[in-house]
Design a protein around this ligand. Structure first.
Ligand code: NAD
Length: 285
């Protein structure tokens, strides 16, 4: 039987609806709408599209967006100066520096300079530390929290289940490990040096692919009736494809997210959620 296809666009629309209602109550309390600063360094076309979509999504739910577009040859010191200025701006609750940065700029140093209270991408050491300790007060990276929201919407409770993540990045794989562990799954993380990827993946009642390798996960690597979440977004000559070989895997899995229309829309929705969470925390002092 073909797997249920989890509609990320529909789940993201529900999240955005809840965020829009929260924006109204938070704005009433603060006397201003929540604010998100976006920083797009240089002219990378894909980054420009991502940032434009994020700003449009802000507008849709009533979050003010403050856009900065420094040139690609900005110095590290000037970029750090911009981050400092945004850290100190009371109208701004969240700061998003679109990655990757152009060559010559140290993204790690820029991320570390963000105020953790405004770190809506959840990438600072403080955010990562709070998440690893299971402390819910921090800001959680948007894509992994979007994956958790998709599981909830599909009625999949990770508690007691075997969950396998393919990918160990700071952006996706590692924070997702903490989230699934916090939800009481038994979690295994695979990576490029995993000896027998198929054997490990087949254990996963929940299988999350976040490797950035087109169609890496084939049907023989999937446990029957597994919930398969495809984070991968790979631009190929045939268009945008995920890390999962979608059609054959639908014959084995119980539920699956498509690419596009799965995790992607959730990432933006959770950014809006984080901005409102940061605004609420700042209003509470
Ligand atoms: P990354 O390159 O930082 O990390 C990739 C990880 O996959 C690494 O840990 C690596 O060890 C592992 N890996 C690579 N090849 C592998 C293989 N053959 N077998 C097993 N493991 C392998 O990437 P990332 O930033 O974590 O992103 C992963 C993918 O998710 C990319 O396609 C990216 O575009 C996509 N992504 C999508 C969204 C979204 O909103 N949909 C957000 C973030 C990332």
């Amino acid at each position: 039987m073909a797997a249920e296809v989890i509609d990320g666009k529909a789940v993201a629309a529900q999240v955005r609806g809840r965020v829009a209602a929260d924006v109204i109550s938070v704005s009433d309390g603060m006397g201003r709408p929540p604010g998100l600063a976006t920083v797009l360094v240089g002219e990378d076309p894909a980054s420009a599209i991502y940032v434009r979509r994020k700003r449009e999504a802000c507008e849709e739910v009533g979050i003010s967006s403050f856009h900065h577009e420094p040139p690609g040859d900005i110095s590290q010191a000037d970029l750090l100066g911009l981050v400092e200025e945004l850290n100190g701006n009371d109208e701004i609750d969240g700061i998003l520096v679109q990655l990757p940065l152009p060559d010559g700029l140290d993204a790690g140093e820029v991320v570390n300079a963000l105020s953790p209270s405004k770190d809506v991408d959840g990438l600072t050491p403080t955010s990562a530390g709070l998440l690893a300790r299971g402390d819910p007060s921090g800001l959680v990276p948007c894509t992994p929290s979007g994956v958790m929201e998709l599981l909830r919407s599909a009625g999949v409770d990770p508690s007691g289940k075997e969950a396998v993540i393919v990918g160990r990045s700071n952006l996706v794989g590692k924070p997702l490990y903490s989230l699934l562990l916090g939800a009481n799954a038994t979690v295994t993380t695979c990576h490029s040096r995993t000896a027998d990827l198929g054997e490990v993946c087949r254990r996963g009642e929940i299988l999350v692919a976040a490797a950035g390798q087109p169609k890496l996960i084939t049907a023989d690597m999937v446990c029957p009736a597994a919930t398969v979440i495809d984070v991968g977004t790979n631009r190929t000559d045939g268009g945008l494809v995920g890390d999962v070989d979608f059609e054959p895997v639908t014959e084995v899995a119980g539920a699956i997210t498509p690419v596009p229309g799965g995790v992607g829309p959730m990432t933006i929705a959770m950014l809006l959620y984080n901005t409102v969470k940061a605004a609420r925390a700042s209003a509470a002092g």
